[in-house]
Design a protein around this ligand. Structure first.
Ligand code: NAD
Ligand code: UGA
Length: 462
């Protein structure tokens, strides 16, 4: 089975960059990315891509119009493809059974029904979205019940492990590619067909093949383990603040143990992003559904620790500012959930800003990539009233405008440009005492102190 034409349903943060990389590395394969969101498709076809990722412009430009196409012609694209990636959203269900925990699989089901409706011949369907274990059997059931007689399908799992902000690097040289399939001759042939697509640029020894369920489950488990490391180090950050230890020093000390390793030990105001919380909740729900409440409780605690980290940061600000924020201006540096992305989904900044606004603070927010309308929309969705946003939120063009006449400054995203701020200028702009709350531990604590700031750094004792 040789793949010559690929289609991807979903032109989001995963579908767009992933398919762009496949097209760039496989010039002989025609790659079509489709979405019903006309605005998104128009943006992918423009110079202003809908996703900000370092290096992505070059990858898209190298293949777009040659063998990479973005379109809303979904049915035609499915009909023409031999391999179809499903890369639609799988948000947390907000209603009914499993509300707040289970994955909402409506987009997956709709995609499967659409594929069944328009497919003829042999098709390989690839789950790229993150889904609960056993979803492949639901997709197979929908395809089998709705397909035309001459269509046959093989369903594979091929989860995506890219992180936002480093998507291009992660796609170009991933730690591994994971492909799950059925142990039948047809299933194995489909796995081999997908392996040979990736083998165009990825060494074979990095391409892991497993059974379907191991592959589906491994994606949730990988995110759960990563999130658990952050919650673990964040729990220790509180202990460091109480004892005078320094969490970065502790992280370095334990991270040199090769069994622990140095990555994902950076204490912060909490993890954000569209996936960690969603996928943890999904795992919790799976454990509950399979009658394993102790396992569910264990993973639930990772989220509880993350929520506590956000609220304890707000409490620290309130207590330090003499227990009242009423009418006080607070400069907020960073709103994205991490640096090098314009994505704000589940950003800890949303929760922290919401709680500061409820304390009646005035917020002067600066983020180098997140537009003001996104910040306002996120706060509205988080339950802040429109009138409060109008009166108490100012979007600033740079960190200095935000710091002007501010009682306090808080770093909520670790953008590189915050590491090289002119701190003396910031101090002169601020009211005194000039309080700094470094939620990402990126500012030079001792220098801040020497310059006359009153600094608090997450995970660092007074
Ligand atoms: P997203 O919301 O950015 O994009 C999903 C897109 O799918 C939307 O544009 C939507 O309009 C489109 N869509 C929905 N139904 C469709 C259909 N039937 N046909 C065509 N398009 C359709 O989501 P995302 O961040 O790209 O995530 C997609 C999946 O990948 C999720 O399951 C997520 O958990 C997983 N994932 C995300 C990341 C990440 O960094 N964002 C990383 C790894 C895995
Ligand atoms: C994460 C995983 O890293 C990817 O492998 C996975 O594919 C993806 O989720 C997904 O499934 O969506 P992402 O959320 O894009 O990627 O970014 P991360 O680098 O994992 O950061 C997540 C959050 O954790 C950010 O808010 C970040 O600031 C925070 N973080 C990360 C810390 O607080 N400390 C750390 O040491 C690392």
């Amino acid at each position: 089975m040789k793949v010559t034409s690929i289609c991807c349903l979903g032109a989001g943060y995963v579908g767009g960059p992933t398919m762009a990389m496949i097209a760039a590395k496989c010039p002989d394969i025609r790659v079509t990315v489709c979405d019903m969101n006309q605005g998104r498709i128009d943006a992918w076809n423009s110079d202003e891509l809908p996703v900000y990722e370092p290096g992505l412009d070059e990858v898209v430009r190298s293949a777009r119009g040659r063998n990479l196409h973005f379109t809303t012609e979904i049915k035609q694209s499915i009909a023409e493809a031999d391999l179809i990636f499903v890369s639609v959203g799988t948000p947390t269900k907000s209603f009914g059974i499993g509300a707040g925990r289970a994955a909402d699989l409506r987009y997956i089901e709709a995609a499967a029904r659409l594929i069944a409706e328009v497919s003829h011949g042999n098709k390989i369907i690839v789950e790229k979205s993150t889904i609960p274990v056993k979803t492949a059997s639901a997709i197979e059931a929908i395809l089998a019940a709705n397909a035309t007689t001459e269509a046959t399908f093989q369903v594979l799992s091929n989860p995506e492990f890219l992180a936002e902000g480093t998507a291009v690097r992660d796609l170009e040289s991933p730690d591994r590619i994971l492909i799950g399939g059925k142990p039948t001759p047809e299933g194995e042939a489909a796995v081999e067909a997908l392996v040979s697509v990736y083998a165009n640029w990825i060494p074979r020894e990095k391409i892991i093949t497993t059974n379907l369920w191991s592959s589906e489950l491994s994606k949730l488990v990988a995110n759960a383990f990563l999130a658990q490391r952050i919650s673990s180090i964040n729990s220790i950050s509180a202990l460091c603040e109480a004892t005078g230890a320094d969490v970065d020093e502790v992280a370095r000390a334990i991270g040199t143990d090769s069994r622990i390793g140095p990555k994902f030990l950076k204490s912060s105001v909490g993890f954000g992003g569209s996936c960690f919380q969603k996928d943890l909740l999904n795992l919790v729900y799976l454990c509950e559904s399979f009658g394993l409440p102790q396992a569910a409780d264990y993973w639930r605690q990772v989220i509880a620790m993350n929520d506590w980290q956000k609220s304890r940061f707000v409490e620290k600000i309130v207590r330090t500012l003499f227990n009242t924020l009423v009418g006080k201006r607070i400069a907020i540096l960073g709103f994205a959930f991490k640096k090098d992305t314009n994505d704000t989904r589940e950003s800890p900044a949303i929760h922290i800003c919401r709680d500061l606004l409820h304390e009646r603070a005035h917020l002067a927010i600066y983020d180098p990539r997140v537009p003001g309308e996104t910040i306002r929309a996120d706060l509205l969705e988080a339950g802040v009233e429109a009138s409060i946003i109008d009166e108490q939120v100012e979007i600033c063009p740079d960190p200095y405008a935000a710091a002007e006449s501010a009682h306090a400054l808080a770093t909520l995203t670790e953008w590189d440009e915050f590491r090289t701020l002119d701190l003396a200028r910031i101090r002169d702009l601020m009211l005194k005492p000039a309080f700094v709350f470094d939620g990402r531990a990126i500012l030079p604590h001792d220098e801040l102190q020497a310059l006359g700031f009153s600094p608090f750094t997450i995970g660092k004792g007074d």
